[in-house]
Structures are given as structure tokens and as C-alpha cells.
Design a protein around this ligand. Structure first.
Ligand SMILES: [Zn+2]
Length: 126
């Protein structure tokens, strides 16, 4: 599989236990060090619930969102184990329009995972 940032082949260490397992990483080791994950959790009040926002990186990266797909699995596991009553939404970008839409839908509690946010005046439009 090719790295979604530099387009070089992603190489992982092979041993007897993962010899036949498929390559699932979308970012190579060099690009992962160059663009590290900047994990952040925000809890925002919305109509009839809370919005739990998990952000994976900074908006200054401007990377292909597919590069960070390998890092979504822990969020799925956390959602299934601890937040099953909420609504799970996974977006590439969290922007003002999405935030206003989520506020007006009245879904209740929302577990939101996004690569990065593109919000200027955060929380002022709610
Ligand atoms: Zn790369």
C-alpha cells in the first residue's frame, strides 16, 4: 500500500505472526514522524445533549484524510465499550456549517471523530 502523503510504499516489519496479514497502514513511518498526531478532545454543549469531539491533527497539515484512517480503530473500540448510547459520526473536517448542523439536528449526545477542525470563532455561533 502507498503512503497517502509521500506516495512511497509503506513498509512494515514482517515476522512469522504477521507474514500473511494485509497492509492496512496509509501513512509511512517518515511521514508519521513528520506529521505527528495531535490528539485533542473537546466537549461542546449542543441542543439536547453534548458533542464529544475527538480531533486527530492540526488543520495546518493539509494532508489527505485517508492517511490517518489507520488511527481510527481506537475510537471505534472506545465508542463500542463506553459510549454506546451516543451517535457516532466520523468526518474528515469539522467546520462551522457541520457544527451548526449537528446543533440543530437534536440527536442527543454525539461522539464525533474528525481529522481536524476548520473553525475560526469557536463556540460563538452555538
Ligand atoms: Zn510517506
Amino acid at each position: 500500500m502507498l503512503c497517502q502523503v509521500c506516495r512511497k510504499k509503506v513498509r512494515t516489519d514482517k515476522n512469522i505472526f504477521n507474514l500473511f496479514s494485509p497492509e492496512t497502514h496509509h501513512i509511512c513511518e517518515y511521514c508519521c514522524q513528520k506529521y505527528p498526531l495531535l490528539l485533542r478532545i473537546d466537549v461542546l454543549p449542543i441542543e439536547e445533549g453534548i458533542l464529544l469531539v475527538h480531533l486527530l491533527s492540526s488543520r495546518h497539515y493539509s494532508l489527505n484524510p485517508i492517511a490517518f484512517m489507520s488511527f481510527l480503530k481506537p475510537y471505534y473500540i472506545d465508542f463500542l465499550k463506553h459510549h454506546q448510547g451516543k451517535v457516532l459520526l466520523v468526518f474528515d473536517i469539522l467546520d462551522d456549517n457541520t457544527l451548526a448542523l449537528l446543533d440543530s439536528l437534536k440527536f442527543g449526545d454525539i461522539y464525533f471523530v474528525s481529522l481536524y477542525e476548520n473553525i475560526e470563532g469557536k463556540g460563538e455561533k452555538l
